[in-house]
Design a binder for this molecule. Structure first.
Ligand code: UD1
Length: 419
């Protein structure tokens, strides 16, 4: 298995291009099931999760072409198989996003339950209740969800008891083919949802309220081929912003959007990091000391749970104490024991972690259990004295495009050892 070796202590300097967002690309790819297409997605990242979604759509019968040079993904054709098998779904929870489009278009779908995952139990009840509200009949059997709607779905008002990105996306897509009006109340407001709404609108869907917590879809409009540019990745942006900050460097994040960072930009500034819009991107620098800052993860525009681990690495070397509270996922502190092995002083009390900053971390062999935890260890390694070796980098490859190349290009001593 590949490992990443880092010699810490080099301030980063230069430009980092921000890739298209993984979490936008996955639902956009699933949206291709709603029509014959082609759907052309530009600014597509080259990531393991994108390949997994491509494989899933291919096994449903679509033609999927990922042109890595042109950075486009093209999907066309209608699904011939309505089953999403366990072998693919277990690799990536976002596979459940095919459920809404399949049942809406073909009146039937069978999708493996995603099951538990490293960062918590992550149920799909909100997806299923929403589809039931649109008239689907749902049953669970042998580890599979079966959804049927032989006469098609019918629009409804769906009030989410809790904000869910995936459930909002699944129902948004299904609502495009449902008869009549669907209103999603307490919908997720993440930029990836607005991006999905923009693409669905380009395909001919009639949607209002994109980017707000109340989205209305006038279903049944005929959908057609479209081309859509995937929004830049706000989590990659935040991660490289912390890479600049933790090393006391300055980088220009090309294509990054300030408004998509939500509370992350405010908290970074509070911690002593400069974040400014410049030339169609963001300039991030840290010239003086870092201060502890408290954060609590929340749905957008609150502080993203997908930035929690990276922020904890930054706070590990800040002056003073910080409290990091995770409200979205239970069991999302798996990076803490590894950071502790690098000299961080962190104690966990239920859903909160108290981080007492230390002047310097020390390099160590570490391994991670999920995507964002892995990258938090890379960040810690960039700031640490000596060598850090991160193993199990397949987690990283799910969501960060060419991470070692991008960091090496701005002066980090980082290399991948293939094995
Ligand atoms: C998406 C992101 C993930 C991010 C998360 C929260 C993608 C592919 N993944 O995941 O990176 O960390 O949003 O910003 O976009 N929940 C239920 N029942 C449901 C659905 C969710 O109880 O049916 C709970 C979850 O367990 C969690 C919370 O709701 O506690 C939020 O989850 P959700 O927003 O659905 O996350 P995902 O869409 O899975």
């Amino acid at each position: 298995m590949d490992r990443i070796h880092i010699q810490g202590g080099r301030p980063l300097s230069g430009n980092i291009p921000i890739s298209g967002a993984k979490n936008a690309a996955l639902p956009l790819m699933a949206a291709s099931l709603l029509m014959d297409g082609p759907l052309v997605l530009t600014n597509a990242p080259d990531l393991a999760d994108i390949a997994t979604m491509g494989a899933l759509l291919r096994q449903h019968g679509l033609a999927v072409d990922h042109d890595k040079t042109a950075r486009t993904i093209t999907m066309s054709g209608a699904a011939t198989s309505l089953e999403a098998p366990y072998d693919l779904v277990r690799k990536m929870r976002a596979s459940v996003l095919v459920l809404g489009p399949l049942v809406a278009r073909f009146g039937q779908a069978r999708v493996s339950l995603p099951g538990g995952c490293a960062i918590g139990t992550r149920p799909v009840d909100l997806h299923l209740k929403g589809l039931e509200a649109l008239g689907a009949t749902i049953s669970l059997d042998g580890g599979y969800i079966t959804a049927t709607a032989p006469k098609g779905l019918v629009g409804a008002k769906i009030i989410f008891p809790q904000v869910s990105v995936g459930a909002t996306e699944n129902l948004l897509m299904a609502a495009c083919l449902a008869k009549g009006t669907t209103t999603l109340v307490n919908a997720a407001r993440e930029p990836e949802i607005a991006d999905l709404c923009a693409c669905l609108s380009a395909m001919g869907a009639v949607i209002s309220g994109a980017g707000t917590d109340r989205i209305t879809v006038e279903g049944g409009a005929p959908l057609h081929a479209a081309t859509h540019a995937i929004v830049p990745d706000r989590i990659e942006t935040g991660t490289y912003a912390i890479a600049a900050a933790i090393t006391g460097g300055t980088v220009l994040l090309e294509g990054a959007r300030l408004e998509h960072l939500g509370a992350v930009a405010r908290i970074l500034r509070e911690a002593g990091v400069e974040v400014a819009e410049e030339g169609g991107g963001l300039r991030v620098s840290r010239l003086n000391g870092l201060h502890g800052a408290d954060v609590m993860t929340e749905p957008f525009p609150g502080f993203a749970t997908d930035m929690q681990a990276q922020f904890m690495s930054l706070m590990a070397v800040a002056e003073g104490a910080s409290m990091v509270t995770e409200t979205i996922f239970e069991n999302r502190f798996m990076h803490v024991p590894e950071l502790t092995r690098m000299g961080a002083r962190i104690t966990i009390h239920g859903a909160s972690a108290i981080v007492r900053g230390v002047p310097m971390l020390s390099g160590a062999p570490v391994m991670a259990t999920d995507l964002r935890a892995s990258v938090s260890l890379i960040l810690a390694g960039l700031a640490a004295r000596g060598e850090t070796v991160v193993s199990r980098v397949y987690h990283l490859d799910r969501g960060y495009e060419h991470v070692e190349r991008k960091l090496a290009a701005v002066g980090a001593a980082i290399e991948r050892q293939r094995g």
